[in-house]
Structure formats: C-alpha cells, structure tokens
Ligand binder design. Structure first.
Ligand code: C2G
Length: 420
C-alpha cells in the first residue's frame, strides 16, 4: 500500500476509535446522572436488522393491549426508514445519540440477540432475553471451533458471550431440552421461563383456512398454487464482510422449476444475516425471494411444506405438523467441522434428508407422511413441549409487573418526566 494512503487509513481508524470512546464515555455519564425510567422500554430484533421474531410479537401484544400508549417504546433498527410498525413505538437508528440515551434510561430491554458489551446494563434495568431458536447447532460456550468473520479467537468469543449473558435477567425457552443447553452454553444464571416463543403464538391462532388465504393474498401467492418454503441457515465461513453472509446453497433451481413449476411456487427466505443480491429473475413466477428483513412466521403459515437444513426454523414449523424436508448438501462438513450438533440429526430429523437436488425432488414426490409420523411426534414432544400459544401474554404480563414494581417507593427513582 502507498505510504500516504496507509497513513490516511491509520488516521481514519484512530479518529473512529476516538469517537467511539467519546460516545461510550457519554453513555457512561448518562447512566450515572439520569434515573432509570419506569415508562421506557427498548426493543431490538436480530441486531437491529429487522423488526421480526420474538421481540416483534411481544411488541404487537403490547399494542393489542394499548400499552404502547402507556409506555414509551423504542424499537432499535439499522434502517428505520425501511420498517413499518403498528402502534406508537418510536423507531430509533442503531448507534445514534438517541440510541445511547434510550439504552441508558430504559426500565426494560428486550432483545433476541445481543446488545454490544460496551453498552453496560444498569442494575435497575431488567433485561428480557428471548433468544431466537432452539439449538441444533452448537452455541456459544459449547462451540469447539470458530469460523465467523469478525471473531479472532474462540476464547475471546466465549468470554464476550459469557459477559453478555451475565447481564440477562430472564431467558425463555421452547422446551426443557433448549433450557438445559442455554443454561450451560450461556452460563446463564438468571430466571429461565419455559413459556414457548411469542413468535409462535400466531401459529396457534392463525392456522385456519381464512387466515391462510389472507396471508397468501398478502404475499401475492398465485391462486391455486401450492407453496414450498426454502429457509436454510447461514454458513459461518461464507461471508462478504462483518455480519454479512452469502446465501449458501447448492440447490439446482432449474431442476426444481422443471419438477414443480406447474403445481407449486417456491418461497426462498434468507436468514437475517444473509445479504446476498443473487438474481432469481430466471425463475420468475416460480421462485419468490424474501430477504432477511422479513419475518418468517407468516410464511410458515402459507407453506404446504418446508425445506431447510440445520436451521431452528425446523422447531417452529413442526408446530404446524406439515411435511419437512432437509436439504443438507454439506451435512458432514457442517456437523463435524463448521459447527457441531447437539443431537443425532440423521436419527431424529422428522422428514427425509437429501444431499442433492435430485434426491430432494424424489423425496418430495414420493413423500408418505405415515413414514415420519412417529419421528415427528417424538420431535415435537422433545423440542417444543412448552409451546401453547400464550407466550406473548406471559411475557407482556411480566413486563407490566416489572414496570409496576419499579414504581414502588424505595425501589427506584420512579417514573420521571419525559425529557426527550
Ligand atoms: N430464520 C429465518 N430465515 C431463515 C433462517 C432462519 O427467518 N432462512 C429465522 C428463524 O426464526 C430462525 C432464526 O432466524 O428460528 C434463527 O435462525 P437459525 O438458522 O437457527 O440460525 P442462528 O441465527 O444461527 O440461530 O439457538 C438457535 C441458534 O442460535 C441458531
């Protein structure tokens, strides 16, 4: 690199570091001088990439109860202009001044991923961590290797995770199986709530023909077509840059179209970490792409079958009792090298596993549900035993209790004047 360019890059990095230090110092000052407010709630989904998943459905339950009028709710987003929300939540851009202010004064934080370790939680703030799926893939302290772009060493990653999870007051799970792993893999010491996932309440409430028809119209699915949903997970070692992953697949979309285009459409849903700009134009009218900013729950309801790989979508979709197919072209590498698994996937998967598109096509064409019924029942019992369609209610009750508790004399400074 040219000497001048190198020195300019060096200056830019130094300036960035200085600015970050100054902002964090400002955050610390705010946490020292401003009281925690019993009317402020901060919500974030998927690192701010979207407004989806568990936090979104907790928020929607708050709106349903009119609590968005009672509390000041701030939704943290990378691109607020791209997201629309019901109710009165204020959209706050990630890492801008207002973000630091609301983080500093909020009575409750709700998140399904992690806020940065630099943003220290105050003792009086309650942190409700929902996480974002039952694990098949090894997690956090249980991981034996690390391949993610922004992580230097496994030990540093684990230490950062341990520190972060030590600030969570509540964590939720879909089953005893997940709860036991979370306790160990996050070294979680707070209160575990076996209440199921708020995002899945809709799968109970809306699994009816009229709702499904409404959702099909919403997502512009042509009348008369059956729907397959392809929702794979991301690959730790296949990225463009920090937190931006490629859409990793070996699926032969030509072959899928040839086999199914008459009767079916294929919805391709990206994980929120995937930002691939791959052009699906060639399969127009057959493939419908949904980005990482979209919430998957409603797509589950429209789908007659699911194709996934090692993603936790399998646990949620299995609540619907519909066919599942596992297109696992890199199973051995993913399981033995990239991530590691918590259970014997080949033995327990509640549907056929394939390693090529041709194999997948045959399995879909020849699928007989009775062959997987027993496995599907065992899978449901083990991996989502706590789900009963009332998680949002349970958690919003909890949030209300925490906020009311905060107002009691002697506990905190109580509700403050609105200052922003
Ligand atoms: N998801 C999605 N679209 C995909 C894949 C996932 O919308 N194509 C959503 C689902 O809600 C899923 C969640 O993101 O449950 C987590 O996705 P995983 O593929 O399981 O991956 P990861 O984010 O690594 O989480 O304990 C769970 C693990 O941490 C895995």
């Amino acid at each position: 690199m040219d000497e001048r360019l190198r020195s300019r890059t060096g200056w830019r990095q130094a300036a960035k570091r200085f600015l970050k230090g100054a902002v964090l110092a400002g955050y610390r000052v705010m946490t020292m001088i401003l009281p925690v407010r019993s009317d402020v709630i901060v919500i974030e989904s998927n690192l701010g990439r979207n407004a989806a998943g568990n936090p979104r459905y907790i928020y929607e339950e708050m709106v349903r109860r009119g609590l968005d009028q009672k509390y000041r709710i701030y939704y943290i987003l990378d691109r607020p202009e791209r997201v629309s929300l019901p109710g009165r939540a204020v959209k706050v851009k990630n890492f801008r001044l207002r973000f630091y202010y609301v983080m500093a004064v909020a009575g409750i934080w709700v998140s399904d991923t992690r806020f940065p370790n630099d943003i220290k939680k105050r003792k009086k703030t309650v942190y409700l961590q929902t996480w974002h799926g039952t694990p098949l893939k090894k997690l956090a302290l249980d991981m034996e290797e690390i391949h993610m772009e922004n992580e230097d060493s496994l030990e540093a990653y684990k230490e950062s995770f341990r520190k972060n999870a030590a600030t969570w007051d509540y964590l939720i799970a879909q089953s005893e199986f997940a709860a036991a792993i979370f306790r160990r893999a996050f070294a979680f010491q707070g209160r575990m709530l076996l209440c199921g996932y708020p995002r899945n309440d809709r799968l109970f409430a809306w699994n009816r023909p009229n709702e499904i028809a409404r959702l099909r119209r919403k997502y512009k699915i042509p009348d008369g077509k059956k729907v397959m949903l392809y929702a794979p997970t991301w690959r730790d070692d296949d990225f463009f840059g920090n937190g931006r992953y490629r859409f990793a697949t070996e699926m032969d979309f030509d072959a899928m179209k040839q086999a199914f285009a008459g009767e079916w459409v294929l919805l391709v849903k990206y994980h929120y970490l995937v930002e691939d700009t791959r052009d699906f134009g060639r399969w127009k009218g057959f493939v419908y792409r949904f980005g990482g900013d979209c919430d998957i729950t409603e797509l589950y309801l429209t789908a007659d079958l699911l194709i996934t790989d090692y993603s936790s979508v399998m646990f949620d979709y299995s609540l619907l009792g519909r066919p599942m197919f596992f297109y696992a072209y890199d199973l051995v590498y993913y399981r033995d090298t990239l991530r590691g698994f918590y259970f014997d996937f080949e033995k327990e998967a509640p549907g056929p596993i394939s390693s090529t598109t041709q194999e997948l096509i045959c399995q879909i064409c020849e699928y007989r549900p009775e062959e997987y019924r027993e496995r599907a029942e065992a899978f449901a019992k083990r991996y989502h035993s706590a789900e009963n369609g009332t998680a949002s209610k349970t958690l919003v009750d909890l949030i209300e209790r925490c906020m009311e508790e905060r107002k009691r004399p002697g506990r905190t400074a109580g509700k403050e004047e609105r200052s922003d």
